[in-house]
Design a protein around this ligand. Structure first.
Ligand code: SF4
Length: 318
């Protein structure tokens, strides 16, 4: 099987000062041995609480953070350690939509210039900028007549559509959506997800859809990867992971999903805080919060265990 994106044992570690006066440094293992594959025309949802490393993982794939170890292949070609020029060329195929639709759009540029900037840079303008801009706006469900307007004249949902138009303008293979709908109202979220699904069908796009919200991810992803303190603790097809979660952390996330018309039970909330990645608990990082922890969990890190329909990282399945 040919994969669009192959990530193998990827690590992104940071060295930071441990307090202003101590002079000592500490290592933060933001991404700590992550592996997964993504096929063309598929979506991998990456979920976990804030601080689990999912944004650092996306930024590493985009070349915005330096990987410490591991390998990433994009269409079979190595993606890490590219020169700036090589990475610039690669960015045509690898685009991103960030969470904040306000700060990611230049307030002094009109929409036409924003969404055709990449086409101009890569010499892909055939016909006029106006024609391209009108077509792209129509593709993301905005009025073609709006091409001369500025970002502040649009709502949050419309601004995210502009971001998406810019991301798909270059006809990329992969779009990394980093909390792309998190700042939007629930009804607007659903519209933007539908737009992403339509664009995927039309242009055979793949998405790495990063979100803290498993409910949102389940509406768009073919596969789900659950991250905890830099590691993927469970990965598999969305229906299997949501319908029958194996890892105790995934079970906790699913139990905490709101059910329409029902009040969440107190016991069903995600309990405890995520520990600091600078000082993760020994053994299984999840053991201080895990209701199913056994003695071995406190001092031995679990291996990745391949089950029939998923991979899970937990001693209960060894
Ligand atoms: Fe819980 Fe142990 Fe599994 Fe970690 S390895 S999730 S602590 S049961």
């Amino acid at each position: 099987r040919e994969f669009l994106l192959e990530v193998l044992d990827l690590r992104t570690w940071f060295e930071t000062k441990k307090g202003l006066l101590s002079g000592k440094s500490q290592r933060i293992r933001a991404v700590d041995g992550v592996s997964f594959c993504l096929e063309q025309n598929q979506t991998l949802g990456l979920v976990g609480e804030s601080g689990c490393g999912k944004t650092t993982l996306g930024r590493t794939l985009l070349g915005l953070e330096a990987a410490s170890a591991g390998d990433v292949r994009f269409r079979g070609r190595p993606l890490l350690h590219l020169s700036r020029k090589q990475m610039d060329q690669m960015r045509r195929h690898l685009q991103v939509v960030f969470q904040d639709p306000v700060s990611s759009l230049n307030p002094r540029m009109n929409v036409m210039d924003i969404i055709t900037e990449g086409l101009e840079r890569f010499g892909m303008l055939e016909g006029t900028k106006q024609e391209h801009a009108r077509r792209l706006l129509a593709e993301v469900g905005l009025d073609k007549a709006m091409i001369y307007r500025f970002p502040h004249e649009f709502s949050g949902g419309q601004r995210q559509r502009i971001n998406i138009a810019r991301a798909v303008s270059l006809r990329p293979d992969l779009v990394i959506c980093d909390e792309a709908v998190s700042a939007l109202d629930v009804s607007i979220q659903a519209q933007v997800i539908n737009l992403l699904l339509n664009l995927q069908e039309t242009h055979h796009l793949s998405y790495l859809f990063i979100s803290h919200d498993l409910g949102v991810v389940s509406n768009i992803a073919d596969q789900v990867a659950v991250m905890y303190l830099g590691r993927i603790v469970e990965i598999g097809a969305t229906a299997q992971i949501i319908g029958e979660p194996c890892h105790p952390y995934t079970q906790m996330l699913i139990a905490a999903l709101p059910v329409a018309g029902q009040k969440r039970a107190e016991s069903a909330q995600v309990k405890g805080e995520t520990p600091s990645p600078a000082d993760p608990p020994p053994g299984c990082h999840f053991h201080p919060r895990c209701p199913k922890a056994i003695a071995v969990c406190r001092d031995t890190a679990p291996d990745q265990i391949r089950l029939r329909d998923r991979t899970v990282c937990c001693h209960l399945y060894a």
